[in-house]
Design a protein around this ligand. Sequence first.
Ligand code: PLP
Length: 453
Amino acid sequence: AATDSITSEQIAVGKRAHELDREHVFHSWQAQGPFDPMTILKAEGSWVWDGEGNKLLDLSSQLVNTNIGHQHPKVVAAIQEQAGKLCTIAPQHVNDARSEAARLIAELTPGDLNHVFFTNGGADAVEHAIRMARLHTGKHKVLAAYRSYHGGTQLAINATGDPRRFSNDRGDSGVVHFMPPYPYRSYFAATTEAEETERALRHLEDLITLEGAANIGALILESIPGTAGIYVPPAGYMEGVRTLTRKYGIIFIADEVMAGFGRSGKWFAINHWDITPDLITFAKGVNSGYVPLGGVAISDAIFETFRERPYPGGLTYSGHPLACAAAVATINAMKDESMVENAARLGEQIIGPVLAELKAKHPSVGDVRGTGCFWAVELVTNRETREPMAPYGGSSPAMAAVTAALKKAGMLPFVNFNRIHVVPPLNISDADLRTGLAMLDEALDVADSFVTD
Ligand code: PLP
């Protein structure tokens, strides 16, 4: 059970770590000068303790990766056991942890995705999936959605449809972006979900025609776009994408780095539809990030391309034993403890209904959407005009105040532009989840004070 006691020694260690961090650590995505990172002294289950010893409910699951919560004892033990046996081995050798992780993943992925190439994380999984698709088809262009995130390496950030791409853009990436469905702010002037699906698919097919199907090797799409706003695709859209990619000989890469491994209430978000993509990229939830791991699940047909022809790619740590042992233990713990079923139940019985109540109560809530333990609350200053509470790509005094209120209430939140994401561990207790949603309710009072007529 979680203990609340943080000692003065732990706090002193945290303060020293913070000083050293500011002197020597270069952080992701930040202007280094003004950045004041939060120290985490300890983490257990759904809770973390900050540098002052305050206990915070981790409704962010860090970067939406600790699907089994922090310090799951079975996974910690598996990593310790593997470390005692064999910490590392080069990727060309056979290793039992890696073989078993690949078997478990192949068993969980849909259809004929029977082979797994392991990477260190999500971005390099995306890079390799695109490389495989290009080599398999002999075609270079890649279609990717706006309002998406695919990773921070060169090609992955070029495939990304969020402002982090702007300063990394390269004209020769071969990526062309399309508009995905977003019923709440329909780009297609749709008034129903059916219209949104039909028009978004027509736009996609037009784009394929205009870009030249003969040049397009891959289409990469998050099965449920995550960081960009948790947009569960409207009925028929994903089937339509599968049909179009087949029709034009385009490899369909489902990016499941965030949506996969139970987050959406199914093992993979693509399982919400009766389709099989050609490649699935995964990372994060595969082992809850306890040791860095990602990968690509590969169809039989793409595997055949590389049966006789060498695959031109690799990593020193592909299938690292510690990471794979953590994946095996994570997947088994998720099965034994029915975490995926629990995520679906939490979404249906608690998060969905409570967010609907919060939407009815708080005029600042424009839209709530999601599934499983994967939800977004979109804040607006005016429900009629749907004016976002922060501009695309930015923050605002209103969102800063809401974020501060969430932290003050005792939550470690996931906030992006004008959205708060409710993305707890899949095994959070019902009581903790309700506590977190009550904190959200409290913070939304602050958001309401920024609503204008
Ligand atoms: N793809 C998706 C859908 C993601 O959400 C992320 C990370 O948030 C990535 C790729 C990149 O993964 P990583 O940060 O492990 O490189």
